[in-house]
Write a protein that binds this ligand. Structure first.
Ligand code: PLP
Length: 401
């Protein structure tokens, strides 16, 4: 089998074994316990926070930045949106207006839709044909009533990197006082970023997930910029029931998951630039191979250049004219190649992607999409084999046209 579906989840990295061994040797207790075992667990959790923040290039003043462990990015996205509403009500900005993009993950879209039911006004900004939100178009939607802005750092289907920093900087320059939050789930490990720069530009909180970088599913984090005035004001926890995580999230922490997340982050911090360059090279090898054999295939992921990084290094979203994406995914799986359609898939049925339709594809075109996402474990041979498999399966499917 060849696995090219890393944006869905990454293959688990070997660090999981080191942490399993460590925990079996030194049983670690509840981080809230006062005894020796509890203190050890607390120390491990603190180290884990530091190692994950380092992967995000957040080196400065750790007391001002809070990394709160969650059950994943879905919870962190819910929390980063709903958590600010309490403080915003006190600022007189609620029920008000939220500006987001039309291409967010359902973790954001469904959370803002819930607010819409209780009289919040939601503006969902479409991207351009490359899947990138235009800075001025987005900023122009923000009004005096806007309480919260939520824009993902990179899209999970197209890999298109969004201008979160530019938008944030512009909004703060214009005196915007509401919250700015961003879903960072896909960007970590796949693009060189500095969270410090995002926070300096005025972003208040971000959401991340462990299983997108080769750690375990069911663990994620919310990183809050506590140096911003808005955050100091207050932040309401979504999950209540204990004073864990500095009272930001109730419930005993998933220490094993947090430690694996940290171990993977720590090693990845050392090799990130190299890994990104390798994935980018493999992605372009794949694209050039496919383009040669299947000239009608369309690339929906933006190209990177020496001067501009417009997409995640590992993602290639394709429109294969004349083939249904869901049929291709099944046919490729039978040939030993795991890819996806990119859009959320429930009960085995392909949903029409809200991302590619927002980019302007019609329903027929939106059904012709497959997403290939290269993982840390992918090698060159697998890419050349994948070109052959995809070319063969696509040609065979098109013979039936
Ligand atoms: N946001 C984005 C952009 C994602 O791609 C995903 C997962 O696919 C999530 C949020 C949800 O992450 P998790 O599986 O950790 O809840």
């Amino acid at each position: 089998m060849i696995y090219l579906d890393a944006n869905s989840t990454s293959m688990i990295r070997p660090e999981v074994k080191d942490i399993t061994d460590l925990l079996l040797q030194h049983q670690i207790a509840n981080p809230s316990s006062v005894h020796h075992y509890g203190r050890n667990a607390r120390a491990q959790l603190q180290t884990a926070r530091r190692d994950i923040l380092r992967l995000l290039n957040l080196k400065q003043n750790h007391t001002k930045q809070r990394l709160v462990f969650t059950s994943g990015a879905t919870e962190a996205c819910n929390q980063m949106i709903l958590g600010f509403l309490g403080p915003l009500v006190k600022l007189g900005l609620s029920p008000g207006h939220i500006v987001t993009s039309a291409i967010e993950h359902p973790a954001v879209l469904e959370t803002v839709s819930l607010l819409e039911k209780s009289s919040w006004k939601i503006e969902r900004v479409n991207p351009n044909a490359e899947g990138i939100v235009d800075v001025d178009a987005f900023v122009s939607k923000v009004t005096k009533q806007t309480a919260l802005v939520s824009l993902m750092a990179a899209n999970n289907e197209t890999g298109a990197i969004q201008p979160v920093m530019e938008i944030s900087r512009k909004l703060r320059e214009q005196g915007y006082a509401g919250a700015i939050v961003s879903d960072f789930t896909q960007v970590i490990g796949k693009a060189l970023i500095s969270l410090e720069d995002y926070f300096n530009a005025g972003v208040n909180a971000i959401a991340i997930s462990a299983h997108k970088i080769g750690a375990l599913a069911g663990v994620g984090a919310l990183v809050i910029n506590e140096s911003s005035e808005l955050t100091c004001f207050s932040f309401e926890p979504l999950i209540r029931g204990g004073s864990q995580e500095m009272s930001y999230r109730g419930g005993t922490e998933n220490l094993f998951g947090a430690m694996v997340f940290a171990a993977v982050s720590k090693n990845l911090s050392q090799t990130l630039a190299e890994e990104i360059a390798r994935k980018e090279e493999l992605r372009e090898l794949l694209w050039n191979g496919l383009k040669n054999k299947l000239p009608f295939i369309k690339r929906l992921t933006p190209n990177n250049s020496d001067t501009e990084t417009k997409s995640l290094s590992n993602t290639l979203l394709l429109q294969v004219e004349g083939c249904r994406g869901d049929d291709l995914v099944v046919a490729l799986d039978l040939e030993g190649l795991a890819v996806s359609t990119g859009s959320a898939c429930s009960s085995g049925k392909q949903k029409i992607s809200h991302v590619v339709t927002a980019m302007g594809l019609n329903l027929q075109q939106a059904r012709e999409v497959i997403r290939i996402s290269i993982d840390w474990s992918t090698n060159r041979q697998e890419i050349t084999d994948s070109v052959d498999i995809i070319a063969r399966i696509v040609s065979k499917s098109r013979e039936r046209l």
